[in-house]
Design a protein around this ligand. Structure first.
Ligand SMILES: [Zn+2]
Length: 366
Protein backbone atom coordinates (compact mmCIF):
# COMPACT_ATOMS: atom_id res chain seq x y z
CA UNK A 1 0.00 0.00 0.00
CA UNK A 2 2.81 2.39 0.94
CA UNK A 3 4.68 1.61 -2.29
CA UNK A 4 1.52 2.23 -4.25
CA UNK A 5 0.94 5.56 -2.52
CA UNK A 6 4.51 6.58 -3.16
CA UNK A 7 4.22 5.61 -6.84
CA UNK A 8 1.09 7.71 -7.14
CA UNK A 9 2.71 10.72 -5.48
CA UNK A 10 5.81 10.39 -7.64
CA UNK A 11 3.65 10.14 -10.76
CA UNK A 12 1.60 13.21 -9.85
CA UNK A 13 4.73 15.15 -8.91
CA UNK A 14 6.24 14.14 -12.23
CA UNK A 15 3.20 15.30 -14.22
CA UNK A 16 2.93 18.57 -12.29
CA UNK A 17 6.64 19.19 -12.70
CA UNK A 18 6.53 18.67 -16.46
CA UNK A 19 3.20 20.27 -17.29
CA UNK A 20 4.05 23.28 -15.14
CA UNK A 21 6.75 24.36 -17.55
CA UNK A 22 5.46 27.06 -19.86
CA UNK A 23 8.22 26.49 -22.36
CA UNK A 24 9.53 23.20 -23.65
CA UNK A 25 13.09 22.74 -22.40
CA UNK A 26 15.88 22.28 -24.90
CA UNK A 27 17.14 18.77 -25.51
CA UNK A 28 20.24 19.26 -23.39
CA UNK A 29 18.36 20.64 -20.38
CA UNK A 30 15.99 17.76 -19.85
CA UNK A 31 16.36 16.06 -16.50
CA UNK A 32 13.02 14.48 -15.71
CA UNK A 33 13.18 14.78 -11.89
CA UNK A 34 13.21 17.66 -9.43
CA UNK A 35 16.72 18.64 -8.44
CA UNK A 36 18.16 20.47 -5.45
CA UNK A 37 21.61 21.98 -5.05
CA UNK A 38 24.03 20.00 -2.88
CA UNK A 39 27.83 20.19 -2.98
CA UNK A 40 27.41 23.06 -5.48
CA UNK A 41 25.65 20.97 -8.12
CA UNK A 42 22.24 19.49 -9.00
CA UNK A 43 21.23 16.41 -7.01
CA UNK A 44 18.05 14.34 -7.28
CA UNK A 45 16.17 12.15 -4.78
CA UNK A 46 17.22 8.61 -5.62
CA UNK A 47 14.39 6.37 -4.45
CA UNK A 48 11.40 8.21 -6.02
CA UNK A 49 13.27 7.99 -9.35
CA UNK A 50 13.73 4.22 -8.80
CA UNK A 51 10.01 3.82 -8.13
CA UNK A 52 9.08 5.73 -11.27
CA UNK A 53 11.59 4.08 -13.59
CA UNK A 54 11.13 0.53 -12.34
CA UNK A 55 14.63 0.30 -10.84
CA UNK A 56 14.93 -2.42 -8.16
CA UNK A 57 16.73 -1.09 -5.11
CA UNK A 58 18.05 -2.38 -1.84
CA UNK A 59 19.59 -0.34 0.99
CA UNK A 60 21.57 -1.77 3.84
CA UNK A 61 21.61 0.89 6.62
CA UNK A 62 24.50 -0.84 8.41
CA UNK A 63 27.01 -0.88 5.56
CA UNK A 64 25.30 2.16 3.94
CA UNK A 65 25.50 0.40 0.59
CA UNK A 66 22.71 0.86 -1.98
CA UNK A 67 22.17 -1.73 -4.72
CA UNK A 68 20.33 -0.65 -7.86
CA UNK A 69 19.29 -2.94 -10.70
CA UNK A 70 17.44 -2.46 -13.95
CA UNK A 71 17.77 -4.50 -17.16
CA UNK A 72 21.50 -4.57 -17.93
CA UNK A 73 22.40 -1.95 -15.33
CA UNK A 74 23.78 -3.00 -11.93
CA UNK A 75 25.07 -0.16 -9.76
CA UNK A 76 26.38 -0.10 -6.17
CA UNK A 77 26.68 3.12 -4.19
CA UNK A 78 28.03 4.01 -0.79
CA UNK A 79 26.49 6.86 1.21
CA UNK A 80 29.10 9.59 1.65
CA UNK A 81 31.25 8.36 -1.24
CA UNK A 82 31.49 9.58 -4.81
CA UNK A 83 32.78 6.21 -6.03
CA UNK A 84 30.30 3.80 -7.56
CA UNK A 85 30.62 0.30 -8.94
CA UNK A 86 28.89 -0.16 -12.28
CA UNK A 87 28.94 -2.90 -14.92
CA UNK A 88 31.99 -1.29 -16.50
CA UNK A 89 33.91 -1.20 -13.16
CA UNK A 90 34.68 1.56 -10.64
CA UNK A 91 33.42 5.03 -11.60
CA UNK A 92 33.73 8.43 -9.94
CA UNK A 93 30.80 10.80 -9.59
CA UNK A 94 31.34 14.57 -9.36
CA UNK A 95 30.01 14.55 -5.78
CA UNK A 96 29.21 12.08 -2.99
CA UNK A 97 25.88 10.29 -2.53
CA UNK A 98 24.33 12.05 0.45
CA UNK A 99 21.37 12.08 2.85
CA UNK A 100 19.30 15.17 3.65
CA UNK A 101 16.16 15.06 5.82
CA UNK A 102 16.24 11.23 5.61
CA UNK A 103 16.15 11.35 1.80
CA UNK A 104 18.99 9.85 -0.25
CA UNK A 105 20.31 12.24 -2.91
CA UNK A 106 22.77 11.67 -5.75
CA UNK A 107 24.35 13.85 -8.46
CA UNK A 108 22.19 13.92 -11.63
CA UNK A 109 24.86 12.18 -13.73
CA UNK A 110 24.23 8.98 -11.73
CA UNK A 111 21.01 8.61 -13.72
CA UNK A 112 23.03 7.70 -16.83
CA UNK A 113 24.53 4.68 -15.04
CA UNK A 114 21.27 3.33 -13.62
CA UNK A 115 18.90 4.10 -16.44
CA UNK A 116 21.09 4.38 -19.52
CA UNK A 117 19.49 6.15 -22.49
CA UNK A 118 17.85 3.69 -24.87
CA UNK A 119 20.51 4.49 -27.46
CA UNK A 120 23.21 3.10 -25.13
CA UNK A 121 22.15 -0.45 -25.95
CA UNK A 122 21.05 -0.30 -29.60
CA UNK A 123 19.34 -3.23 -31.24
CA UNK A 124 21.49 -5.14 -33.71
CA UNK A 125 22.53 -2.90 -36.53
CA UNK A 126 20.21 -3.10 -39.51
CA UNK A 127 21.55 -2.89 -43.02
CA UNK A 128 22.02 0.76 -43.92
CA UNK A 129 19.08 2.22 -45.76
CA UNK A 130 19.17 3.95 -49.08
CA UNK A 131 17.98 7.21 -47.56
CA UNK A 132 21.11 8.36 -45.76
CA UNK A 133 19.26 11.27 -44.25
CA UNK A 134 19.82 12.71 -40.80
CA UNK A 135 17.10 12.36 -38.18
CA UNK A 136 17.81 15.11 -35.66
CA UNK A 137 14.42 16.30 -34.47
CA UNK A 138 11.08 14.76 -33.58
CA UNK A 139 7.69 16.23 -32.77
CA UNK A 140 5.66 14.07 -30.38
CA UNK A 141 1.93 14.64 -30.36
CA UNK A 142 -0.17 13.61 -27.36
CA UNK A 143 -3.59 12.80 -28.81
CA UNK A 144 -6.78 14.57 -27.67
CA UNK A 145 -6.70 16.96 -24.67
CA UNK A 146 -8.93 19.59 -23.07
CA UNK A 147 -12.61 19.09 -23.94
CA UNK A 148 -11.68 15.98 -25.96
CA UNK A 149 -10.85 13.25 -23.40
CA UNK A 150 -10.10 10.48 -25.92
CA UNK A 151 -10.90 6.94 -24.83
CA UNK A 152 -12.01 6.52 -21.20
CA UNK A 153 -11.57 3.25 -19.31
CA UNK A 154 -14.10 1.69 -16.95
CA UNK A 155 -11.71 2.44 -14.08
CA UNK A 156 -11.68 6.13 -15.04
CA UNK A 157 -8.31 6.30 -16.83
CA UNK A 158 -8.55 8.92 -19.57
CA UNK A 159 -6.71 8.57 -22.86
CA UNK A 160 -5.73 12.24 -22.96
CA UNK A 161 -3.90 11.98 -19.60
CA UNK A 162 -2.11 8.73 -20.31
CA UNK A 163 -0.79 9.87 -23.69
CA UNK A 164 0.30 13.25 -22.29
CA UNK A 165 2.49 11.45 -19.76
CA UNK A 166 3.70 9.01 -22.43
CA UNK A 167 4.80 11.70 -24.90
CA UNK A 168 6.75 13.45 -22.16
CA UNK A 169 8.50 10.22 -21.24
CA UNK A 170 9.31 9.48 -24.91
CA UNK A 171 10.58 13.05 -25.29
CA UNK A 172 12.86 12.62 -22.28
CA UNK A 173 14.29 9.37 -23.63
CA UNK A 174 14.93 10.84 -27.09
CA UNK A 175 16.45 13.99 -25.57
CA UNK A 176 18.83 11.85 -23.58
CA UNK A 177 19.90 10.27 -26.88
CA UNK A 178 20.69 13.70 -28.30
CA UNK A 179 17.60 14.20 -30.43
CA UNK A 180 15.76 17.50 -30.39
CA UNK A 181 12.38 16.29 -29.18
CA UNK A 182 9.41 18.60 -28.75
CA UNK A 183 5.74 18.09 -27.95
CA UNK A 184 2.57 19.59 -29.46
CA UNK A 185 1.03 19.93 -26.01
CA UNK A 186 2.54 19.76 -22.52
CA UNK A 187 -0.74 20.35 -20.69
CA UNK A 188 -4.38 19.28 -20.79
CA UNK A 189 -5.43 21.57 -23.64
CA UNK A 190 -7.45 21.10 -26.80
CA UNK A 191 -5.49 21.44 -30.04
CA UNK A 192 -7.29 21.13 -33.42
CA UNK A 193 -6.08 18.17 -35.45
CA UNK A 194 -4.69 20.26 -38.31
CA UNK A 195 -2.51 22.34 -35.95
CA UNK A 196 -0.61 19.29 -34.80
CA UNK A 197 1.30 18.35 -37.99
CA UNK A 198 1.56 22.10 -38.67
CA UNK A 199 3.65 22.42 -35.50
CA UNK A 200 6.00 19.78 -36.92
CA UNK A 201 6.10 21.52 -40.32
CA UNK A 202 6.83 24.91 -38.76
CA UNK A 203 9.74 23.45 -36.79
CA UNK A 204 10.93 21.52 -39.85
CA UNK A 205 11.04 18.39 -37.68
CA UNK A 206 12.38 15.19 -39.23
CA UNK A 207 9.65 12.94 -37.75
CA UNK A 208 6.11 13.33 -36.45
CA UNK A 209 4.71 10.78 -34.00
CA UNK A 210 1.19 11.00 -32.62
CA UNK A 211 0.50 8.91 -29.51
CA UNK A 212 -2.97 7.61 -28.61
CA UNK A 213 -4.71 5.03 -26.41
CA UNK A 214 -7.29 2.88 -28.16
CA UNK A 215 -10.75 1.63 -27.19
CA UNK A 216 -13.08 -0.99 -28.59
CA UNK A 217 -16.63 -2.15 -27.92
CA UNK A 218 -15.18 -5.63 -27.53
CA UNK A 219 -13.59 -5.33 -24.13
CA UNK A 220 -11.35 -8.37 -24.52
CA UNK A 221 -9.28 -6.74 -27.27
CA UNK A 222 -5.84 -5.63 -26.06
CA UNK A 223 -2.72 -4.86 -28.01
CA UNK A 224 -0.51 -2.32 -29.67
CA UNK A 225 -0.74 -0.82 -33.16
CA UNK A 226 1.26 1.54 -35.31
CA UNK A 227 -0.41 3.35 -38.18
CA UNK A 228 0.82 5.26 -41.18
CA UNK A 229 -1.34 7.36 -43.44
CA UNK A 230 -3.14 5.75 -46.31
CA UNK A 231 -6.47 6.22 -48.03
CA UNK A 232 -7.44 2.64 -48.89
CA UNK A 233 -8.02 0.59 -45.74
CA UNK A 234 -10.05 -2.19 -44.17
CA UNK A 235 -13.22 -1.53 -42.18
CA UNK A 236 -11.59 -1.69 -38.73
CA UNK A 237 -8.96 0.89 -39.64
CA UNK A 238 -11.64 3.10 -41.20
CA UNK A 239 -13.77 2.87 -38.04
CA UNK A 240 -10.80 3.78 -35.85
CA UNK A 241 -9.87 6.68 -38.12
CA UNK A 242 -13.48 7.91 -37.96
CA UNK A 243 -13.32 7.86 -34.14
CA UNK A 244 -9.93 9.59 -34.00
CA UNK A 245 -11.00 12.15 -36.60
CA UNK A 246 -14.18 13.06 -34.70
CA UNK A 247 -12.84 16.39 -33.31
CA UNK A 248 -12.32 17.32 -36.96
CA UNK A 249 -16.05 17.80 -37.32
CA UNK A 250 -16.10 20.33 -34.51
CA UNK A 251 -13.00 22.39 -35.15
CA UNK A 252 -11.62 21.64 -38.57
CA UNK A 253 -14.66 21.74 -40.82
CA UNK A 254 -12.76 23.83 -43.34
CA UNK A 255 -9.96 21.27 -43.62
CA UNK A 256 -11.92 19.14 -46.07
CA UNK A 257 -12.29 22.08 -48.42
CA UNK A 258 -8.62 22.83 -48.08
CA UNK A 259 -7.70 19.33 -49.15
CA UNK A 260 -9.96 19.51 -52.16
CA UNK A 261 -8.14 22.58 -53.31
CA UNK A 262 -4.90 22.93 -55.20
CA UNK A 263 -2.97 22.40 -51.97
CA UNK A 264 -4.06 18.78 -52.07
CA UNK A 265 -1.99 18.20 -55.18
CA UNK A 266 1.11 19.55 -53.55
CA UNK A 267 0.40 17.57 -50.41
CA UNK A 268 -0.07 14.41 -52.48
CA UNK A 269 3.47 14.75 -53.75
CA UNK A 270 4.89 15.20 -50.24
CA UNK A 271 2.78 12.36 -48.91
CA UNK A 272 4.01 9.94 -51.59
CA UNK A 273 7.58 10.98 -50.88
CA UNK A 274 7.36 10.25 -47.16
CA UNK A 275 5.08 7.25 -47.36
CA UNK A 276 7.79 4.60 -47.64
CA UNK A 277 9.71 6.03 -44.70
CA UNK A 278 6.54 6.35 -42.63
CA UNK A 279 5.83 2.65 -43.15
CA UNK A 280 9.39 1.76 -42.18
CA UNK A 281 9.28 3.99 -39.09
CA UNK A 282 6.02 2.27 -38.11
CA UNK A 283 7.67 -1.14 -38.47
CA UNK A 284 10.73 -0.10 -36.44
CA UNK A 285 8.51 1.11 -33.57
CA UNK A 286 6.31 -2.00 -33.81
CA UNK A 287 9.34 -4.30 -33.66
CA UNK A 288 10.96 -2.47 -30.73
CA UNK A 289 7.76 -2.51 -28.67
CA UNK A 290 6.84 -6.13 -29.32
CA UNK A 291 10.39 -7.15 -28.45
CA UNK A 292 10.53 -5.29 -25.15
CA UNK A 293 6.95 -5.27 -23.92
CA UNK A 294 4.58 -8.06 -22.99
CA UNK A 295 1.91 -6.77 -25.35
CA UNK A 296 0.60 -8.18 -28.60
CA UNK A 297 1.45 -6.23 -31.74
CA UNK A 298 -1.92 -6.17 -33.47
CA UNK A 299 -0.41 -4.71 -36.56
CA UNK A 300 1.42 -2.07 -38.52
CA UNK A 301 -1.36 -0.73 -40.71
CA UNK A 302 -2.54 2.08 -42.91
CA UNK A 303 -5.48 4.31 -41.99
CA UNK A 304 -6.75 7.73 -43.08
CA UNK A 305 -5.92 9.65 -39.88
CA UNK A 306 -6.55 13.36 -40.20
CA UNK A 307 -3.79 14.12 -37.69
CA UNK A 308 -1.19 12.61 -40.05
CA UNK A 309 -2.43 14.50 -43.07
CA UNK A 310 -0.32 17.44 -44.04
CA UNK A 311 2.80 16.32 -42.15
CA UNK A 312 5.71 17.03 -44.47
CA UNK A 313 7.89 14.36 -42.91
CA UNK A 314 7.60 10.65 -42.08
CA UNK A 315 4.63 10.46 -39.72
CA UNK A 316 3.04 7.66 -37.70
CA UNK A 317 0.29 7.25 -35.12
CA UNK A 318 0.89 4.86 -32.22
CA UNK A 319 -2.00 3.29 -30.31
CA UNK A 320 -0.25 2.23 -27.09
CA UNK A 321 -2.95 -0.13 -25.85
CA UNK A 322 -6.68 -0.60 -25.27
CA UNK A 323 -8.01 1.43 -22.39
CA UNK A 324 -11.34 -0.41 -22.86
CA UNK A 325 -9.64 -3.64 -21.80
CA UNK A 326 -9.40 -4.22 -18.05
CA UNK A 327 -5.77 -5.39 -18.23
CA UNK A 328 -4.89 -2.69 -20.74
CA UNK A 329 -6.26 0.01 -18.45
CA UNK A 330 -4.47 -1.44 -15.41
CA UNK A 331 -1.15 -1.43 -17.27
CA UNK A 332 -1.54 2.11 -18.61
CA UNK A 333 -2.32 3.32 -15.08
CA UNK A 334 1.13 2.11 -13.95
CA UNK A 335 3.91 4.74 -14.39
CA UNK A 336 6.55 1.98 -14.56
CA UNK A 337 4.70 0.35 -17.44
CA UNK A 338 4.38 3.70 -19.21
CA UNK A 339 8.10 4.32 -18.71
CA UNK A 340 8.99 0.91 -20.19
CA UNK A 341 6.64 1.55 -23.12
CA UNK A 342 8.16 5.02 -23.66
CA UNK A 343 11.66 3.51 -23.69
CA UNK A 344 10.53 0.91 -26.22
CA UNK A 345 9.01 3.53 -28.54
CA UNK A 346 12.10 5.74 -28.22
CA UNK A 347 14.24 2.68 -28.94
CA UNK A 348 12.29 2.08 -32.15
CA UNK A 349 12.82 5.71 -33.18
CA UNK A 350 16.56 5.41 -32.51
CA UNK A 351 16.71 2.17 -34.54
CA UNK A 352 14.99 4.02 -37.40
CA UNK A 353 17.43 6.93 -37.02
CA UNK A 354 20.40 4.55 -37.24
CA UNK A 355 18.82 2.93 -40.26
CA UNK A 356 18.25 6.26 -42.03
CA UNK A 357 21.70 7.51 -41.23
CA UNK A 358 23.32 4.30 -42.46
CA UNK A 359 24.73 3.50 -39.00
CA UNK A 360 25.97 0.07 -40.09
CA UNK A 361 28.28 1.73 -42.62
CA UNK A 362 29.57 4.58 -40.52
CA UNK A 363 29.80 3.00 -37.01
CA UNK A 364 31.85 -0.07 -37.75
CA UNK A 365 34.12 0.55 -34.74
CA UNK A 366 31.67 -0.85 -32.15
ZN1 LIG B 1 -6.94 8.80 -29.94
Amino acid sequence: MRRKDLKFIVCIAFIICLSGCATVPRATEVFPYKTITMHNQPYFALLPMCESEGVKWDYDPLSKVILLKKDKADVRLLIGSSSIVSVGGLKKLSGPVDIKNSVIYAPVELMGYIVPPVCKFPEKKTAGSLYLRAIDSVILDAGHGGKDPGAIGRGGVRGKDVVLDMTQRVRNELSRCGLEADVTRSADVFIPLASRPKAANDKKADLFISIHANANRSRWIEGFEVYYLTESVDDDARALAAAENAPLDIEDHDLRGQFLSLKAMLWDLIYTENRKESIELAHFIGRAVSKKMNIKLLGVKGAPFAVLKGARMPAVLVEIGYISNRDGERKLRDPQYRQAMAEAIAGGVMDFKNYCEGASRTNKSD
